[in-house]
Design a binder for this molecule. Structure first.
Ligand code: CP
Length: 310
């Protein structure tokens, strides 16, 4: 079976297959309302989630299926010391596919080696969040188009898994990527290396510490939260907390067609006054999680040769 663990190896064709199917489903969700009746999706969330967990549940139910949910770490036998390998081996016997979020980078890769049903990585520590990337790409395609795109990705680029996944996936398109962060939260060097490798040394990426120089050229500004829970030292977090916030004044020099995105949850990175402007696409982005995850689940669960990403 296919697993969805990282966006690193997604091809343009893989991405377009999912996005096209998501657009079809969004246009006529009733056409797939019973398509996976009786199928069960196992939810294993070892870390908090609102959007990813609930949109996977919504997606599965809108395809006619249902979910079985491990619940929180506190209420499960993880609390008694059960290993992740044992947990996934048990739950694969209950469900047709598994969704895993875990605080450890690499957890989804490891878990996928123990199961035969498709396993979808819903976030592994500071690693990857590939299904978020698919809904991000869907939102970018709807608002700005994926080719000839200039995107600014701002905030915590070190620990932000949505950023790592998105940067890899965007390499498949004609995209100029500007990374804006404090020096201490730059994109990991291995990600920069990989991006250059992937693009044959032609990578159109630049790194900045401030937004203002690059803002006027941007089609999309992708803002992220500083990932407080990933900092080994709280004092390091406090040094950068509150930087890289945007409000209507910050966006004064932005192009009229700028699209502002954020994977959410936000803390204080985007002032609420931006919510009612034409720039804001972050709630639409969160809602796109449903058709995109419906498309992905449909492709993975279909026995008629749908196929997945890896
Ligand atoms: N964007 C995202 O992953 O949100 P949750 O943590 O609420 O799932």
């Amino acid at each position: 079976h296919d697993h969805v663990i990282t966006s690193k190896h997604l091809s343009r064709a893989d991405i377009e297959t999912v996005l096209d199917r998501a657009a079809e489903i969004a246009a006529d969700p009733s056409a797939v309302a019973d398509r996976h009746a009786g199928a069960l999706l196992g939810l294993l969330f070892f870390e908090p989630s609102t959007r990813t967990k609930m949109s996977f549940e919504t997606a599965m139910k809108r395809l006619g299926g249902d979910v079985v949910d491990m619940g929180s770490v506190e209420s499960s036998s993880v609390k008694k010391g059960e290993t992740l390998a044992d947990t996934v081996r048990v739950i694969e016997g209950y469900a047709d596919a598994l969704v895993l979020r875990h605080p450890k980078e690499g957890a989804a890769t490891m878990a996928s080696e123990f199961v035969d049903v498709p396993l979808l990585n819903a976030g592994d520590g500071a690693g990857q969040h590939p299904t978020q990337t698919l809904l991000d790409l869907y939102t970018i395609r709807e608002n700005a188009g994926l080719d000839d795109l200039t995107i600014g990705i701002m905030g915590d680029l070190k620990y932000g898994r949505t950023v790592h996944s998105l940067a890899y996936a965007l390499s498949n398109f004609d995209t100029r990527q500007h990374f804006i962060s404090p020096e201490s939260l730059q994109l990991p060097r291995e990600v920069v290396y990989d991006l250059h490798q992937q693009q044959g040394g032609r990578a159109q990426l630049r790194e900045h510490e401030t937004l203002e120089d690059v803002l006027p050229e941007l089609d999309v500004l992708y803002v992220t939260r500083i990932q407080r829970e990933r900092f080994p030292d709280e004092s390091e977090y406090r040094k950068v907390a509150g930087e890289y916030q945007i409000d209507t004044e910050t966006l004064e020099d932005a192009g009229d067609d700028l699209t502002v995105m954020h994977p959410l949850p936000r803390v204080d990175e985007i002032a609420p006054e931006i919510d009612d402007t034409d720039y804001a696409a972050y709630f639409e982005q969160a809602h796109n999680g449903v058709p995109v995850r419906m498309a992905l689940l449909d492709l993975l669960l279909s026995t008629d040769g749908g196929g997945g990403d890896e």
